[in-house]
Design a protein around this ligand. Structure first.
Ligand code: ZN
Length: 247
């Protein structure tokens, strides 16, 4: 079975559309979405309807921005730009799409035995997992072999065996690992719609459970088009500029 794993689309339809077109050549059976469909970008309706139509099989959880847009969280922890974008999104989403976002499931979700998805961490959907000690803490209590997470917008690989935990951020395209059945993994595909590792290309990964391989990919997309939409929408300008910098 081949899984396309994507996260943090953030209303960037230009990036999502490009990633789905690129992944269409990879014979994917399931699409996994790790949350944050909306917030920041200017195309929330296009993103929600594209995700809702994803074929053939889809597994999805909500992210922290989805939660604020849905009115489940008041956005107290958000900075003013994130809050303004969330409010803008609430006002623009159609009633059907707003309802769709409200109904997104809270992670973590086990989509197959030992195969878990979450937004932040398996214990807290709002937690940013970037440091080794944070991953160590999760591995201490979390037993699934394969866990995919998002939220930080940085492609990452943490692996644990009986002796130690290792972890690294991943740069570049087509990085591949062979899954070791004796290890536990915490894996971040990076962000489709707002990468924050100084590489503006959209990030995603392919997980093939048959040959036991994971490949992280980066895909160029029309950044200027997404930027233009943000500026035309009257969203905070920084949201456009950061896309070109990958910040
Ligand atoms: Zn996000």
């Amino acid at each position: 079975m081949r899984f396309l794993v994507i996260s943090d689309i953030h209303g960037n339809w230009d990036a999502l559309d490009t990633v789905l077109a690129a992944a269409a050549t990879e014979a994917v059976d399931h699409v996994v979405v790790l949350g944050d469909l909306v917030g920041y970008g200017a195309s929330p309706n296009e993103v929600v309807s594209t995700v809702a139509d994803l074929a053939p099989r889809r597994h999805m959880i909500r992210g922290n921005h989805d939660k604020v847009v849905a009115g489940i969280d008041d956005g107290e922890g958000f900075n003013s730009v994130a809050l303004e974008a969330a409010q803008w999104t609430v006002e623009r989403l159609t009633e059907d799409h707003l309802e769709y976002v409200r109904r997104l499931a809270q992670g973590p979700t086990e989509i197959a035995p030992g195969f878990v998805i979450c937004h932040g961490s398996p214990f807290d959907e709002d937690q940013y997992v970037l440091a080794l000690d944070e991953a160590e803490e999760i591995f201490r209590f979390h037993t699934a072999q394969m866990t995919f997470f998002g939220h930080t917008h940085v492609p990452m690989l943490f692996a644990a065996d009986s002796e130690r935990v290792s972890g690294t951020a991943l740069e570049g395209d087509a990085l591949m690992i062979e899954v070791d059945p004796d290890k536990q993994y915490l894996i971040n595909p990076g962000s489709v719609g707002q990468p924050r590792d100084r590489d503006p290309r959209a990030a995603y990964l392919i997980y093939d459970t048959e040959d036991g391989r994971i490949i992280w990919r980066r895909q160029e997309y029309p950044v200027e088009r997404a930027q233009r939409r943000i500026l035309d929408a009257g969203l905070p300008e920084v949201l456009a500029y950061r896309l070109a910098a990958g910040l």
